[in-house]
Ligand binder design. Structure first.
Ligand code: ATP
Length: 371
């Protein structure tokens, strides 16, 4: 199976959608290059599906425009955009076999019989359902049904495939398998894919670039690595796995770094843009970036050059395979979540060492992070 190259880039220009005076999506600027895998990521209600439906033509825009190279397409009906769609509820025809479900779109286009047979077989091979061609959807597992839905979309050789939470009805193990599967299909066909999910891990593991949305507004667009190492604000940081988001005050902020204080702590973090001394900030650190040092072990402790050492008492320990998920509390009552290979037990006195370059500092803004 091959896919015809039908555009070099797709550009969303200031795209917005309102529902009864409420903005569901605002000022979305995004250029999608042919062959890219883009994930739209964000919590429930942030506008992901709205963005996807605007792109698909299922929802008219209330502002902005969409361009396929030099051609404006937001005025075209969905069927004239040539995009494929895969939804979370599969939407298969229950009374039709796998083969007929996949062939349906080609039959509607009145293609020659031989071509329909050949393209249907190729799509079914690609999603590895050859053994199940004669079955009805009800005789398939959830993962197999989702493969049929994918085959049905790609058999039409769409210039863009839009997927809205396609894995959310599957169990955890199948979800992991299908992630790899979808990425494999994307690569082997050279597809361009826009994929909606609220699952940060799914987005990071599948996408070339992520668009993080919150309340209809783009928070950041970047590669998984960019978002992971340099989240633009504490909302994105929270989404990227920074579980320790603490409200402190910046007491120094310059090119050398930021010093933050509060709750009995004084920590130094990486230089931060938009942060000035005297302002309330949110600091973020990932559980896996904190080093746990037993305090009564007598072992030489790893001193932190920046002096980011926080005495704490272990309260909760969960065993997670090779590491422990630990919750430790400072004397002033702050809880830190830590992932460590160190064997500790509730009640242990420890020192939490936070490398300065791993402590990110953000302006607090109008909202407060969850406690
Ligand atoms: P989820 O992950 O829960 O599907 P989402 O990020 O896809 O959420 P959207 O479905 O895009 O979010 O919704 C964005 C906002 O627009 C929400 O506040 C939602 O209530 C609102 N909204 C969406 N569709 C409509 C509609 N047809 N009429 C009115 N409001 C709508």
């Amino acid at each position: 199976m091959t896919r015809k190259e039908s555009f070099e880039q797709l550009r969303l220009d200031n795209v917005g959608r309102r529902f009864g005076g409420q903005d569901a999506l605002q000022d979305l600027d995004l250029t999608i290059r042919a062959g890219e895998f883009i994930a739209l990521l964000g919590p429930s209600g942030c506008g992901k599906s709205t963005a996807l439906n605007c792109l698909a033509g299922l929802l008219p825009l209330t502002s902005g425009s969409i361009w396929q190279d030099d051609k404006r397409i937001d005025t075209l009906p969905p069927e004239r955009r040539g995009f494929g769609m895969v939804f979370q509820n599969y939407a298969l025809f229950p009374h039709m076999t796998v083969r007929s479900n996949v062939a349906f779109g080609l039959q509607m286009r009145r293609l020659p019989k031989a071509e329909i047979a050949e393209r249907t077989a190729a799509a079914i091979r690609l999603v590895q359902l050859e053994e199940h061609v004669g079955k009805l959807p009800g005789q398939l597992s959830g993962g197999q049904q989702q493969r049929v839905a994918i085959a049905r979309a790609i058999v039409l050789e769409p210039s863009l495939v839009l997927m809205d939470e396609p894995l959310s009805n599957l169990d955890a193990k199948l979800r992991l398998e299908m992630r790899t599967e979808i990425r494999r299909i994307h690569q082997s066909l050279g597809l361009t894919t826009v994929y909606v999910t609220h699952d940060q891990e799914e987005a990071l593991s599948m996408a070339d670039r992520l668009v993080v949305l919150r309340s209809g507004q783009v928070q950041q667009i970047g590669t998984p690595e960019e978002l992971h190492t340099r989240p633009a604000n504490w909302h994105v940081a929270g989404f990227m796995g920074f579980r320790n988001l603490l409200e402190l005050d910046a007491t120094r902020a310059d090119g050398g770094g930021v010093v933050v204080e509060g709750h009995g702590l004084r920590l130094t973090g990486a230089p931060a843009s938009g942060v000035s001394a005297g302002e309330p900030v949110v600091v973020g650190v990932r559980p896996e970036d904190i080093v746990v040092q037993p305090r009564d072990s007598g072992a030489a402790s790893a001193r932190d050059a920046a002096g980011n050492e926080v005495p704490a008492t272990v309260e909760v320990v969960e065993y997670h395979g090779r590491e422990f998920a630990v919750e430790a509390r400072t004397r002033s009552g702050l809880a830190f979540h830590v992932k460590t290979p160190e064997r500790v037990a509730p009640g242990n006195e420890v020192t939490l060492v936070i490398p300065a370059e791993r402590l990110l500092v953000f302006p607090r803004g109008d909202e407060r992070p969850p406690a």
